[in-house]
Write a protein that binds this ligand. Structure first.
Ligand code: SF4
Ligand code: SF4
Length: 350
């Protein structure tokens, strides 16, 4: 592993070099207070010091709406959409969003591997950057530090007047090769960043909590505030549910199949033919959302399926905090189950 130094004034030269190697996506300002990943057209629009983007880079691998195939009833043919082949470079990605992409890789590789997602993923390169946790981030509580480099090809850690750049893969080495503005430097230690927002229990004990809180009053209490808008699903970098619809042209002979994002907090998500709905109430939908993050997939993979980005809390229409929900459930578990069994078992605070 090699470490280089990139002075702040040379970041534009590096970005310009990258745009010759592929399509580069980086964080840009959107409106007064939001940030979004966009194609880099001008260095002056790129913002590297940002708390989080509204949508994660998931949108490039799993677009909000995409055509999967077209069909014709004239000759009974189907045409699948072309696979994505362009080189894409993500610049300035935070560690929790990188980990979210790796979780989606798992989801889309199981069973029948999903060709659209995986073809977009194949030609992508990731350049990470450190960040300062704000009041919503809690990725440390789910095992992801600011300086986690897994998945990245290069990682930039901000210093006062530039960046320490860790080269992590051969692809990363290709990106910095022959760029004279990089200076050799001794291997650097990336300082540990403190998180103010925390889940009370160690994440590997949460499935044990979720074994006991299915009937908790917390679900109704949260549902009383929730308006069922589905924003928490749509901004989540590890939510990947979608709906598939066929659209038939007016000639009734040709048409196409579309995939669009869906979300388990939306009323129709679990609706089926005959007017039934498996999760009619907001309390049931909240419970399902949180169990998907800390229990169902965790039981299979051993990892929480939440990366602690804080988006679902920061953008919630009703000011509902996922950390608060999990901590209230943990407290209830502690009161109802742990203390009865053994008064000596104490909290696992970080
Ligand atoms: S964003 Fe907030 S209000 Fe909207 S569905 Fe999610 S928890 Fe409910
Ligand atoms: S559940 Fe919330 S905090 Fe966790 S990854 Fe999704 S949006 Fe981020």
């Amino acid at each position: 592993m090699k470490t280089l130094y990139l002075p702040q004034i040379k970041i534009g030269a590096f970005l310009s070099h990258l745009t010759n190697m592929g399509i580069v996506y980086a964080p840009h300002k959107k409106g007064d207070a939001s940030f979004t990943f966009e194609t880099v057209k001008s260095m002056k629009d790129v913002i590297l010091d940002y708390p989080r983007t509204l949508n994660s880079i998931k949108k490039y691998f799993l677009p909000p709406k995409e055509q999967l195939m077209s069909f014709s009833m004239e000759d009974y043919s189907i045409t699948q959409n072309e696979l994505y082949k362009s080189e894409i470079i993500f610049f300035g990605v935070h560690s929790y969003d990188m980990q979210a992409v790796m979780k989606l890789d798992y989801n889309f590789s199981q069973g029948n591997p999903e060709r659209n997602y995986l073809s977009r993923r194949e030609n992508s390169t990731f350049i990470g950057i450190s960040f300062t946790p704000d009041e919503y981030h809690f990725s440390r509580s789910v095992g992801i530090t600011v300086e986690e480099t897994d998945g990245f090809d290069l990682f930039l850690d901000r210093t006062n007047d530039g960046y320490n750049v860790t080269v992590l893969t051969d692809r990363g080495a290709d990106l910095v090769n022959n760029q004279s503005y990089f200076m050799e430097t001794a291997t650097c230690e990336i300082p540990n960043q403190q998180f103010h927002n925390k889940i009370k229990y160690n994440y590997n004990r949460l499935p044990e909590v979720f074994d006991q809180v299915w009937n908790s009053p917390v679900w109704d209490q949260v549902a009383a505030k929730c308006v069922g808008c589905g924003t928490c699903n749509l901004v989540c970098p590890t939510c990947y549910c979608f709906n598939v619809d066929d659209e038939v042209d007016l000639d009734l002979k040709n048409g196409s199949r579309q995939r669009t994002w869906d979300g388990c907090m939306l009323n129709n998500f679990a609706a089926v033919a005959g007017g039934e709905n498996f999760r009619k109430s907001l309390a049931e939908r909240q419970r399902h959302r949180i169990y998907r993050k800390f229990k169902y997939i965790t039981d299979v993979t051993g990892e929480p399926w939440c990366v602690g980005c804080g988006r679902c809390t920061a953008y919630c229409t009703a000011d509902i905090s996922i950390v608060d929900i999990v901590n209230r459930l943990s407290e209830e578990y502690e009161q109802n189950h742990l203390q009865k069994q053994s008064p000596h078992i104490l909290h696992e605070f970080e």
